[in-house]
Design a protein around this ligand. Sequence first.
Ligand SMILES: Cc1cc2nc3c(=O)[nH]c(=O)nc-3n(C[C@H](O)[C@H](O)[C@H](O)COP(=O)(O)OP(=O)(O)OC[C@H]3O[C@@H](n4cnc5c(N)ncnc54)[C@H](O)[C@@H]3O)c2cc1C
Length: 468
Amino acid sequence: MRERTQVLIAGGGPAGATAATLLAQQGIDVVLLERERFPRYHIGESLLPSLLPVLDIIGAREVVEHHGFVRKTGAFYGWGGQEWALRFDDPGRPATHSFQVVRSQFDHLLLQHARHQGADVREESQVRHIALPEGRATTAWWRTREGRDAEIDFTHLIDATGRAGMLGARQLRTRRVHDVFRNVAAWGYWRGAAALPEAPEGAIGVFSLPDHGWLWAIPLHDGTLSVGLVTDKRSFHQAKDEQGSIDAVYHDALARCPLLTGMLQGAQQASALKVESDYSYTSDAFCGPGYYLAGDAACFLDPLLSTGVHLAMYSGLLSAAAIAAVLRGEVDEADARRFYQTTYQNAYARLLVLVSAFYRIHDGRDAYFRQAQALTRRDQQGLRLHEAFLNIITGEEDLHDAQQDPLTPLSPLDSLYEKLRTPLTGHRAQGLGGHGTSQMLSLPTTPDQAAAGLYLSLNPYPTLRPIP
Ligand SMILES: Cc1cc2nc3c(=O)[nH]c(=O)nc-3n(C[C@H](O)[C@H](O)[C@H](O)COP(=O)(O)OP(=O)(O)OC[C@H]3O[C@@H](n4cnc5c(N)ncnc54)[C@H](O)[C@@H]3O)c2cc1C
């Protein structure tokens, strides 16, 4: 069986579903092949307010708002000996909330939405190999639900297969795991937990541990509290050897955090622990002839600032806009790819620097805010320190960037990682200093460095347009 489509999307998580929806809404033929049957379990439950504008753009806001997820109005940090809350509903902010989601349900809603918008969504359908004759992706071999082998030709492919990284990691082998943030996460779900008294409604709690590692606490609408430990690989394995089991390491970490112990008083652990290595990685290139890597298939960042779904949906939006503009003959394909690479890489790089600042645990809140201010591209006059921080961690800075011109790369990722190679936890941590940051932003802005002279336009539909 051999078919043809304009766009093939591999993977139906937030990246794939966002891109499929936008392409289908523009009347473009799109087939999405998803390996699992939804709803399927996924980690990544705390979402940023940048979700709301993207949900508006894809037309899924209402269905998500009405599902009953916990409304997240901020974040509470017990970090480096300081306690502070961030509120998304500060006066004048565009998006006042986000959601804490049960991912199986959230992802299912988005995938169903893509289907209702006209995407040909096929579950239990695994993409197995991509043919790239003369370097251009043209054909996918895939396994149907009934277990038959099939082929499909396409003009453009979006690899949105998440950490599995079907094309970039497995086939092209362009994924590189970086030395910084070689972390391990262990998490479980608790019933009967109390809310943090000082935290904004529905907030995520993020707590650093005295020596190394940190904990998350995310309230979910099924009545459970998701509680996770993230720590560097070496400390994790050493603790496991000393304490005998992952459960022991996890419970010991919880016991060392008074804020969390308070929340869990009288609560019961309601699930076995899950464990994942959440190493950070990037692909050498986020796109190539005939293909785009979106979401975790392209890059992954430590979950400290809950940025994964934001980056996934943002890159789903950017890749769909790039492909739509090329298919309509409005922009050159190589330019569209350069736009995608630069915009997505900038979003990733900015968050990477901010996460690294956070791992300099003892710098304190004002240092994180100052770092954020140095990373924002907007006119900083009158921008209060915590606003710059909020703009970045709520994803608003990225949406602002994609609609501006011209864009220059903030910094090659390689050199960023080089700077971040020093261990990042505890007093020994150094990471990027202010000097590194200002260098990133002082790159000369000249036409030949612009992102192919293109910017993202959202009206009447997401596409790329040349700078007038
Ligand atoms: C410990 C931890 C905590 C996290 N916490 C957060 C958080 O609080 N907030 C947040 O925003 N992010 C968080 N993340 C990150 C978040 O989980 C991801 O960034 C996000 O799910 C990426 O979305 P995606 O669409 O790129 O990939 P995914 O959501 O992983 O979707 C990929 C899909 O592709 C399918 N697939 C795979 N291979 C194939 C194939 N060959 N053919 C067809 N289909 C295929 C899979 O079945 C899957 O459904 C966390 C991650 C970790 C590890």
